[in-house]
Design a protein around this ligand. Structure first.
Ligand code: UDP
Length: 328
């Protein structure tokens, strides 16, 4: 019988790519999503169960129906800027919602949990390469909410033996090379899709958020990872748990950082079009530099982030941008 995996946020950007990867690996991905930011059109690789993380009865129903071997938990609000303005939204949905999901999983006897956390849990640690042992000092409510969920998972392991693989993502970019699914947020806040929209004339010039950071060109540095590499790591993490290897935290990044200006330069080269941009103020909550120490996932999971170069990430995002869209 095909093994089911509950994928919360399966109608979203990363979750939909994870469903495709799970399906390819022989699992049945069951999307659990309230469609607050996701797209029903993105649910293409397994069943859809509409529901909200805060609705325990609905969660219990779905666990009982599918008897999943694991949960992959992507559903979350994830905008740093918004989290600074509306922290309650982040604590309620991300933390209380995850707690409800974790309780439901344990009650159903589903003891394998793959969680999407973030490098934002590390905070602003000037010019340090961040590995899994680095201290976590989030500087925004989004990062704080994700760190709290990591703590909940640790406590549930101590109390009930819940096994979790926690992935701390750096900047996820790119899309399915076949453009079946892709990145489409409403509203969009991420650098690469905003830039592609600006290139295509679909919105005004990109604003560079801050040019006075202490970096070689004054703009923030991020470590970009291809969404297909990222979800491959999730399948490896799932197998790690199924093999009984126990709870573990892994960073998912490449160890190489690129500034906003470097991303703009690559986009110009990939699309062969000019990137209209203006220089603006810093965005509250942004860290100067976030670069992953990514050895652990490579060594222990056997992960190979081969597609995580800017040319491929921007190229695949551009392909999706030209062909793909979802309708509400
Ligand atoms: N950024 C920017 N202009 C934008 C959006 C983002 O200059 O319109 C910068 C942002 O300050 C950060 C980088 O691009 O340094 C990546 O931001 P994004 O929102 O894509 O991801 P985050 O790092 O916040 O997770």
């Amino acid at each position: 019988m095909t093994k089911c995996v509950i994928v919360t946020g399966g109608a979203g950007y990363i979750g939909s790519h994870a469903c495709k990867a799970l399906r390819a690996a022989g699992y049945e991905p069951v999307t659990f999503d309230n469609l607050s930011t996701g797209w029903e059109d993105a649910v293409k690789f397994g069943p859809f169960e509409k529901g909200d993380l805060l609705d325990r009865a609905r969660l219990d129903e779905v666990f009982a129906k599918y008897n999943p071997v694991a949960v992959m938990h992507f559903a979350a609000f994830s905008q740093v800027g918004e989290s600074m303005k509306d922290p309650a939204k982040y604590w309620r949905n991300n933390v209380i919602g995850s707690l409800t999901l974790i309780e439901a999983a344990v009650a159903a006897g589903c003891m394998n949990f793959v969680f999407s956390s973030t490098c934002a849990t590390y905070g602003d640690q000037d010019n340090v390469v961040l590995d899994e042992e680095s201290v976590q000092l989030p500087i925004n409510s989004y990062g704080a909410s994700k760190r709290a969920i990591e703590d909940i998972l640790e406590n549930f392991e101590q109390a009930f033996g819940l096994n979790s693989v926690i992935f701390r993502y750096f900047n996820v970019a790119g899309g399915d090379p076949e453009a079946e699914v892709g990145e489409f947020h409403q509203p969009e806040t991420h650098l690469i899709p905003l830039m592609l929209d600006a290139i295509a004339g679909k919105r005004d010039a990109l604003t560079i958020f801050g040019t006075d950071y202490v970096t070689p060109d004054g703009t923030c540095i991020r470590d970009y990872v291809h969404v297909c590499d990222l979800v491959d790591a999730h399948v490896l993490g799932l197998k790690w748990l199924e093999d009984g290897k126990g709870s573990r935290v892994f960073n998912l990044g490449t160890g190489k950082g690129f500034s906003v200006r470097e991303v703009i330069d690559h986009s110009r080269a990939v699309t062969n079009m000019e990137v209209p941009y203006v220089e603006g103020d810093r965005r509250p909550g942004d860290c100067t530099k976030l670069v992953s120490g990514s050895e652990r996932a490579i060594k222990e999971l056997g992960w190979s982030p081969d597609r995580s170069n800017l040319t491929e990430m921007i190229g695949d995002a551009w392909k999706w941008h030209q062909t793909g869209h979802y309708e509400k």
